[in-house]
Design a protein around this ligand. Structure first.
Ligand code: 6PG
Length: 240
């Protein structure tokens, strides 16, 4: 089954450029309408091409000075660790584009997971107020259908109140820091970017008729009053 809100691009670079173009459009529209752009972005390898495209092609189109950039998840490591999502996004994007330091909001992965999650939640409220709503969230998906750090059968899948939590991931035997489903689903717009043939089975599973959020966490992403768009390449779409 293919839902209507899926855009299948020829290859990885076309999909990455498409995601970057949509990021730029959302930024321009949000700044025109409300004077700023609040976005949350992913780690992992999938969005690297999007960050490169943003840094190379959208230096002048995105109103970076008016951008508040958050992360959908983080590993419990310091910001200079090779495993840090912040570090990856910094190196590919933030080092080039003129987002003010005050507009970059990273999880403090060097703190205890509970403390880091609590402080991130406070940070989100401080920037977006009592009922935070991101203008755009860009998610990826793992080959087990996790998204952000919402892994299959992990405790955070049952979170109903918090905005950001630490989430113990049994299969990795580690804590992760992640935005929660209620916060993600309040966004005005969500893009899920899925690339490569290694994701083909997961994408087919996620889009199969049977809904099981514990088994396929990405199925929980259903913006209540916003738009959801999957951007995938042909290789990832091969089993749809
Ligand atoms: C992370 C993520 C995570 C990611 C998937 C896919 O920090 O790892 O934000 O949800 O999107 O694990 O990872 P890849 O893009 O590396 O396949």
């Amino acid at each position: 089954m293919r839902p209507a809100n899926i855009l299948i691009c020829e290859n990885e670079s076309a999909a990455s450029r498409e995601a970057a173009d949509r990021f730029a459009c959302a930024a321009v529209r949000s700044v025109a309408e409300q004077g700023r752009f609040c976005v949350a972005v992913s780690g992992g390898s999938t969005p690297k091409g999007m960050y490169e495209s943003l840094a190379e092609e959208h230096l002048a189109t995105v109103p970076w000075y008016r951008t508040e950039l958050f992360f959908v998840d983080e590993r419990c490591v310091p910001p200079d660790s090779l495993d840090s999502n912040y570090r990856m996004v910094h190196d590919l994007l933030l080092a080039t584009v003129p987002i003010p330091e005050t507009g970059i909001h990273r999880f403090e992965g060097e703190l205890s997971p509970e403390t880091a999650a609590g402080r991130y939640e406070q940070n989100i409220h401080a920037v977006m107020g009592r009922d935070p709503r991101f203008d755009l969230i860009v998610l990826g998906m793992g080959d087990d259908t996790h998204t952000a750090s919402l892994f299959p059968y992990s405790p955070a899948l049952n979170e109903t109140g918090r905005l950001a939590v630490s989430n113990y991931v049994q299969k990795l035997a580690t804590d992760r820091l992640t935005l929660t489903i209620p916060l993600i689903n309040r966004a005005h717009s969500v893009i899920i970017l899925v690339l490569g043939e290694s994701k083909a089975q997961a994408l087919a599973d996620a889009m199969s008729g049977t809904e099981d959020i514990e088994m396929h966490p990405v199925q929980a992403v259903r913006p209540t009053h916003g738009r959801l768009l999957w951007i995938v390449d042909r290789a990832a779409a091969a089993k749809l």
